[in-house]
Ligand binder design. Structure first.
Ligand code: NAD
Ligand code: GLY
Length: 370
């Protein structure tokens, strides 16, 4: 990262829902800053839940930061990967908590990407009917999306994120320093979720991303700080109005209906979540154009940006029938009818059903032949 572009003070974005309020701190060297940890719920015990990869890179920094605040700090390093966002791995967390005598005040710290954040959040929501947890996201995707808003879950073999709960963290600490160790492919995956916020909510942000994509790919600190902050502001604004996804929040799933079908169809972990979302956004943009909502050149604009971000723009050869079958298991489906997030006009998204025939044509235009 370019040290000359370091941000001085951390940015703070507030999230407010009907019964919770917490801050997202964004900046460099946040783990080592005592101010990041002040004011969290008092407890005797903290449990760091991470995975083996992230533990080796950033576990010591977090344990060091927590040591002055808790009598006991233990760590559980889970196996790495989307394939482990499942029941047996969730049980490893419960086993650890019970073996370490964790009580209702014990604070869980989720150190890692979206997989660790989602599974730890779900464990926090259900252990003793709810214990406090803090998100310490270490991937770009987790910093701009999954650590914010309280969606926690594990996967079921029949559907992604099907078992879960809405449960808000007490704080989100986005230490931009952790992104220095992120593999390039993971950085690109995170950019998919950054790009998403433009078409659904902020055309000026979309133009900013287009202008600063090279800086983001080069991990320029100032560019990353702005991308994370603006993404979190938009997400906080949406979650503040519709925490439980009774309406508006669904727009955050732009590209995800096609994307989830790709992930489930290939087997979790084959494509990264962000890769599937990037390709899915191109398909959802094309569907929006096919429904007459946006001009065809918007599809080209988005495809170019997704491609420049290092993400795939051609879906895998699952066959249109299999895509449709998988999309019917999507949480947004109602009575088997698939509902898509479409762009109504640049910066405004909505949910729409669409004819199977129309969707089939979109799939055939953007996916390799089966
Ligand atoms: P991930 O958690 O699998 O992390 C990606 C990889 O990067 C892993 O191998 C991880 O070990 C490694 N890693 C993490 N931080 C690192 C670092 N700083 N340096 C080096 N390696 C690091 O994947 P992800 O993309 O962060 O998250 C995807 C998950 O998030 C999916 O399960 C998705 O469903 C979920 N998600 C949830 C929400 C939500 O609102 N809860 C939103 C979007 C995505
Ligand atoms: N990532 C979608 C949501 O949080 O609602």
């Amino acid at each position: 990262m370019n040290p000359e572009t370091r941000t001085a003070a951390p940015a703070c974005v507030a999230v407010a829902t009907a019964d919770s309020r917490y801050d997202i701190l964004i900046g460099g060297a946040l783990m080592g800053d005592p101010a990041s940890w002040r004011g969290l719920p008092a407890a005797a015990q903290a449990v760091v839940v991470t995975n083996t990869t992230v533990d080796a890179l950033h576990g010591d920094a977090l344990r060091h930061a927590l040591a002055p605040h808790y009598r006991q700090v233990s760590t559980l390093a889970l196996p790495d990967g989307e394939a482990h966002k499942d029941w047996p791995t969730l049980n490893l967390i419960f086993d650890h908590l019970l073996r370490h005598g964790a009580d209702r005040k014990t604070v869980l710290f989720a150190l890692g990407g979206g997989v660790v954040g989602d599974i730890t959040g779900f464990a926090a929501a259900s252990y003793m009917r709810g214990v406090p947890f803090v998100q310490v996201p270490t991937t770009l995707l987790a910093q701009v999306d999954s650590s914010v808003g309280g969606k926690t879950a594990i996967n079921h073999p029949l559907g992604k994120n099907m078992i879960g709960a809405f449960y808000q963290p007490r704080r989100v600490i986005c230490d931009l320093d952790t992104l220095a160790t992120l593999p390039a492919r993971e950085l690109s995956a995170g950019l998919a979720e950054v790009i998403k916020y433009g078409p659904i909510a902020d055309p000026a942000f979309l133009a900013w991303i287009e202008a600063h994509l090279d800086a983001l790919l080069a991990r320029d600190r100032k560019a990353l700080a702005h991308a994370v902050k603006r993404s979190c502001e938009i997400k906080a604004w949406v979650v503040g109005q519709d925490e439980r996804e009774s309406g508006l929040r669904a727009i955050l799933n732009f590209g995800h209906t096609f994307g989830h079908a790709i992930e489930a169809g290939l087997g979790y972990g084959e494509w990264l979540h962000g890769e599937a979302v990037g390709c899915g956004m191109v398909m959802a943009a094309d569907l929006s154009a096919a429904l007459g909502l946006v001009p065809a050149d918007f599809v080209d604009r988005l495809r170019r940006l997704v491609e420049r971000a290092g993400l795939p723009v051609t879906g895998p050869a699952l066959g249109a029938a299999r895509y449709l079958e998988l999309m019917r298991v999507d949480k947004k489906a109602e009575a088997g009818e698939i509902r898509f997030v479409v762009i109504e006009s640049l910066g405004r998204a909505a949910m729409r059903p669409a004819d199977d025939a129309l969707v089939t044509r979109v799939i055939e235009r953007h996916c390799a032949p089966a």
